[in-house]
Design a protein around this ligand. Sequence first.
Ligand SMILES: [Fe+2]
Length: 393
Amino acid sequence: MFFALSWLIPIFQLKSSLPAHPRKSSSSVIMASVSEVPQTVEWQGKQVPVWSMRTIDYGLVLSQDPDEVEKVTKACLEDGYFQLDLNGIDGRGMLEDRQEVLKLMHRFFEAPLEAKNEYGLIDSHLGYEPVGNRTGAFGAGTKDGYEMLKVSRDEIQQGSPRVPSPIKNSGDLHILERAIGSCNTVTKVILSALSTGMGLAGAERFEKSHRNDRPSTTTLSMMHYLPAEVTGQSKIGHQKHTDISSLTLLFSDQWGLQIRPPGECGAREMGFVEPKPGCAFVHVGDSLRFASGMKFQSCIHRVVPFDPAEHRYSIAYFLRAEDDTMFMDSEGRYVTAKEWHDQKFKAFTDPPVWQAMAPKSMILGGMKEDGADDREPVAPFVPEVSKETAVQA
Ligand SMILES: [Fe+2]
């Protein structure tokens, strides 16, 4: 039986007004090697790492350049993430589509709640989610600080998307169709390169379980993080997790995304991803890790308020495997891509008590985070964040 990958979490992160770049430590050191000694940035009164990472040239991957194929494969094997440079002629269309989606997001999220919530959350990969539907960045007792609209790739392809009325005009639907098409192409190109890099052939190739004409929960997710000054201390960011998906394509012009790189004894400390102009942050999700026989790393990440006063916009394309794709998870269970999606989505939205009872392999996809280089427990952040973001809701 073929073990498939199922999902990725692509995210395009955009912003309405560029935030001031954080201050980097004067003692920061940029290392030539990947993920060795990071730069640091001041956040919450501490110096926090800004993790270095490989940069992959999209044009070279599109050409199946052998060196670039090896490089992107190594990035997924060793890190679980990389920056994808889209500045060349082959990627600029994607960047332009992203900008149009950002404008659309502003139009949508500024609409009244009743209009945005016209259909509610139709399915876990489709519809509108208001602020506070999931667990927040700082653990049990906190809720997320973002609202989100998810548009199904399947529905766009079928020409009958259930999209709320504020962006249901033909112009907006065209923007969504273009963006989803671009995202799909980019992620499929990466997937194909990874199949080649892993020496897979025929039905074993990853893209064979991501066919366009087969049902999947692949979705374009548009997220608006409200200022912590507005949501209050109990609704902040997005909890630490790995993505359900196979690959996540994320555009981020604003600070706030943090990752824990894999380490020799467990995950390394939480640090920021620096937004790079013209680049997308791409990371491996649980399903591709499972499909690779646990060889690929799934990226542990969360979203925190870097600037509690700013609105933060992000776009993620989650490339997911066909619903009936079968794979073995980190617990040794055989599950389909759809089952893994539904189970993990439930865990994301469960109350803290239930979530605490779930195996750690559900939220973190079986990735280990304890170890000798685990120098930064999350708990001490809570009182500091609470203090710095406490405002009237
Ligand atoms: Fe995520």
